[in-house]
Structures are given as structure tokens and as C-alpha cells.
Unconditional design. Structure first.
Length: 285
């Protein structure tokens, strides 16, 4: 699995892969737009129509100033970087677009697409989480490998992926930008879907900031009927909580240790959908 400096950014990867091209790897050629297809693993799922229209108008007047990056895929060319420019060029009515052809593996294409969008802050939190999950599920990468590749901490990767365990209405508000990742993390602290959706309504109706949301989440947690818990030494409890956090980080989802007595207990691992369950099972086997 080649990573070729991905953590150092797009420029580094482009330079190091240039050796695979014959003659001048940076030569720009024109290719018919109909021969170009988008990257199926593109993490960015939403393209702002107004921004595409503005870019299309600019392309009509000035042309495509910066070529897109593509790789050969059978009789077609797959976009590695520049799908927004490609969409705008089609909108502008261009029949051809300037490209630089590079030779990348599927995993490199997925990594570059994710890095490009992250560097430009083009992804909403859910798209970012899906991008990380795609690298893990489709290319058998660990969270540690994703961390090194993307240049973010492992905990940041794990916390991002945890957002995919949120209820769909909450994910939709994250996608639309009506709530932030900080709000989402506060919502994750609540165990029941009912409590999370109640808090979401409060955030939207009262315009709560993240700190206010965290405070209200604690109130909702304290308002739950008290459970009878086995007595446990504070130091042992701290150790269990540490292990619980490590397990949550490892699996990229919420993990809870439930103590029935001093010698027995159970581990509860939260999953989101069949694919998430299969991912966790593969990690356990």
C-alpha cells in the first residue's frame, strides 16, 4: 500500500508520482468531457449549485485556468482532483477540458480526493466521516494508517467516524450546517435516540451554542432514572473508564463496559448499519 507522502499534502504526492509518467508528467492535454467520469469514491457528495453556476460563468469568460487531474481507466479517464471544475465546464458547454494525466492506484485516488477536499475545507462533517470510513472499509486501512496518511490525530479520525452513529435527522442538520461538530459531540454523550432528538430540537429552537448544548446534555443525563450499579472502587472505576475510552477509539464507535459484579460484566459496542457491524466484526475476528 503506497502512501507516498500523502500526509505532506497533495503537492508532495503529485511530485513523487510524476516518475511514473513518460516524458513530461506535467504536460497538459485536452480531453473530451464525455470521456471523463467522476471518482466513485469522491467523499464530497454535495456540490453547491450556485457556486457551480458562478464557476461556469467564469469558465465561459476565461476558460479553465487550472487543469484537472485524471487517471486512465479503460477507455475513460477518472477524475482524481477537480470534479467541481469538470462539472462547471460541462455547465459552461465546453466539449473539452485541459487535464494532466497521472498513474494512480485506487487507494491513492481515494486518499487524494479526501485530502484535496479537507485542505480546501469543502467537506461537511458527515462527508468527512464517510471519507475516513471509506478508506477503512474499502482499502482495509486502520485508523492509525488513516491518521498518518491524512495528517490528523487518531482520536480526531475516531471522533469523526462516531458521527455516523448519530440519528439521521441529526446527520442531516450537520450536513446542512444548522448544527456544528461540537453540537454533534454533545449529542453523542446521550445514550437514547429520544434524548438526542429532544436536545436537537432545543438547539434549533433556542439557538444554543456548543457550551450551552453540553450543559443541557449533562442535565438530561442527570435526569435519567438512577440505575442500581454494583459498588466499585474509584481507582478501578477510573481504569475501566480509561479502557472504555481506548476501546471506543480503537473501534471508532461508542463502547460501554457494563459491570454486573466484581468478576463479571459485558462489553456493549454501538454500530450504525450492517456495514458498520461487518467492519467491527472483521476487527474482532
Amino acid at each position: 500500500m503506497a502512501k507516498k507522502g500523502l500526509g505532506r499534502g497533495l503537492g508532495s504526492l503529485f511530485e513523487e508520482n510524476s516518475a511514473s509518467e513518460s516524458q513530461d508528467p506535467d504536460s497538459v492535454v485536452s480531453i473530451r468531457i464525455s470521456l471523463i467520469e467522476p471518482n466513485k469514491n469522491q467523499p464530497r457528495k454535495r456540490f453547491d449549485k450556485e457556486k457551480i453556476d458562478v464557476l461556469a460563468d467564469s469558465i465561459k469568460e476565461h476558460g479553465v485556468i487550472q487543469p484537472i487531474i485524471v487517471t486512465k481507466s479503460g477507455d475513460m479517464y477518472r477524475i482524481v482532483a477537480g470534479e467541481r471544475r469538470w462539472r462547471a465546464a460541462k455547465k459552461a458547454g465546453l466539449s473539452e477540458i485541459p487535464v494532466v494525466i497521472r498513474d494512480y492506484t485506487d487507494i491513492e485516488i481515494a486518499q487524494i480526493a479526501l485530502i484535496e477536499n479537507l485542505q480546501r475545507e469543502d467537506l461537511n462533517p458527515i462527508e468527512e466521516a464517510i471519507g475516513y470510513r471509506s478508506l477503512i472499509d474499502n482499502f482495509n486501512m486502520t485508523q492509525e494508517a488513516v491518521s498518518e496518511t491524512i495528517g490528523k490525530s487518531r482520536s480526531a479520525i475516531a471522533n469523526s467516524i462516531r458521527l455516523l452513529s448519530l440519528d439521521e435527522p441529526i446527520q442531516n442538520k450537520l450536513i446542512s450546517g444548522e448544527i456544528s461538530s461540537g453540537h454533534a459531540r454533545a449529542l453523542l454523550s446521550l445514550e437514547s435516540s429520544e434524548a438526542r432528538l429532544t436536545l436537537l430540537d432545543a438547539i434549533l429552537e433556542k439557538g444554543l451554542n456548543v457550551r450551552q448544548t453540553e450543559a443541557l446534555a449533562k442535565q438530561l443525563q442527570n435526569a435519567r432514572p438512577p440505575r442500581k450499579k454494583p459498588e466499585i472502587d474509584e481507582q478501578v472505576q477510573a481504569e475501566y473508564e480509561s479502557m472504555q475510552d481506548r476501546l471506543s477509539s480503537h473501534f471508532g464507535t461508542k463502547v460501554k463496559l457494563v459491570h454486573t459484579n466484581n468478576k463479571r460484566g459485558k462489553i456493549e459496542i454501538e454500530y450504525f448499519g450492517n456495514e458498520d457491524l461487518e467492519r467491527i466484526l472483521n476487527m474482532l475476528m
